[in-house]
Design a protein around this ligand. Structure first.
Ligand code: TRP
Length: 337
């Protein structure tokens, strides 16, 4: 039998896991586990590229790890980036093969440096923020991943990864790295319920995102206060707020109710209050097992931490093999001589 193809992705331990991130990425990561050999990284080295609180990084790293397990990622598929320091080593090698001009074109760098500059006199734009995509390339190439499930915002970084891999191969005169493909799946773009013109995001503030682990009461309250009509005349078209509620309903897996309510909308008999009730219930139901699992994980933290330590060590052996080969290929003296 052929080995299943490998999937790799990474997520930064910054901010809470909210419905936008869940429906936009994690739900898909869980599904991919049944078809591919999946590896998911909590990228804490990347989290240092924006201003952060040192004392918060370790708790945030564990928190996100537990959240992901609660969502259904298998502990053996998860590792913490800093427990595999070979990523940083390959990063250095790849840095020397990345064009300065190439990195200058990255839109995420431009966006994030603006975000940092808005901090006024404390603004500090690090070289780490600038070379961030090269570390991402190292994350992917070190496992020779075939597919990388990412959002469209990461397309440019994936293209860069392919260019770097090609340059490496050219320099060493060997097809050592194969070129990873992005895996874009049909994912709903969930908007803020308080302002449906903006993407749901933790950085916008509390009312702009629904925490995946929020209590049923809180979820219900947030859905009930969702903006529906902005007062502008939409004609027969659906307002962005209502469209967003429908998107949430579909994403939470209630296809039948979705179809029925859509029919009501088309017939002009949809009651917004009713739609909100159905959506709130759907989200509460969907998040219930995740909330329960999280509780169980928090009661057995030590066991789960041990599992992640083990999985990181196992994943590390693959990274060590690549780094050892890569060093040899680029003319670096290796430990074995
Ligand atoms: N840059 C990615 C993001 O912001 C996170 C990331 C880091 C990543 N390393 C990765 C994603 C490797 C995919 C593969 O979402």
């Amino acid at each position: 039998m052929m080995e299943p193809k490998t999937v790799l992705s990474g997520i930064q331990p910054t901010g809470k896991l909210h419905l936008g991130r869940y429906f936009g990425a994690i739900q898909n990561w869980v599904t991919l586990q049944s078809a591919y050999n999946c590896t998911y990284s909590i990228v804490n080295y990347h989290a240092m590229t924006m201003p952060y609180q040192i004392k918060n990084l370790v708790p945030a790293t564990w928190d996100l790890t537990f959240d992901l397990i609660a969502c259904g990622l298998k502990p053996e598929n998860i590792f913490i980036q800093s427990l595999v320091p070979e990523h940083a080593e390959l990063f250095w090698i790849l840095n020397t093969m990345t064009g300065y001009g190439e990195l200058k074109k990255m839109t995420q760098f431009k966006d994030k440096s603006i975000q940092v500059s808005e901090k006024g006199k404390d603004a500090f734009i690090s070289c780490g923020l600038y070379t961030y995509p090269v570390l991402q390339a190292a994350d992917i190439l070190i496992y020779k991943a075939h597919f990388v499930p990412v959002g469209k915002d990461q397309e440019q970084h994936l293209e860069l990864t392919r260019n770097i891999a090609q340059r490496f191969n050219h320099l060493v005169g060997k097809d050592y790295f194969h070129l990873p493909e992005p895996l874009f799946t049909e994912i709903p773009k969930v908007m803020s319920t308080a302002d449906p013109s903006k993407k749901m995001s933790a950085s916008l503030g509390d009312k702009h995102h629904i925490d995946l682990f929020a209590s049923p009461e809180r979820i219900t309250k947030q859905i009930k206060s969702a903006v529906t009509d902005t007062g502008e005349n939409q004609g027969d078209a659906m307002s962005p707020g209502i469209a967003n509620l429908f998107r949430l309903l579909k994403a939470s897996g209630h296809a039948e109710e979705y179809d029925g309510l859509m029919e009501d909308f088309d017939q002009g008999r949809l009651q917004y209050g009713h739609l909100k009730e159905v959506v709130a219930k759907a989200l509460v139901n969907m998040t219930e097992p995740i909330r329960e699992r999280k509780k169980e994980i928090l009661e057995n933290k030590k066991t789960y931490k041990e599992q992640i330590k083990t999985s990181s060590a196992e994943i590390r052996t693959k990274a060590q093999k690549t780094i050892s080969e890569a060093k040899e290929l680029v003319g670096l003296l290796n430990v074995k001589f």
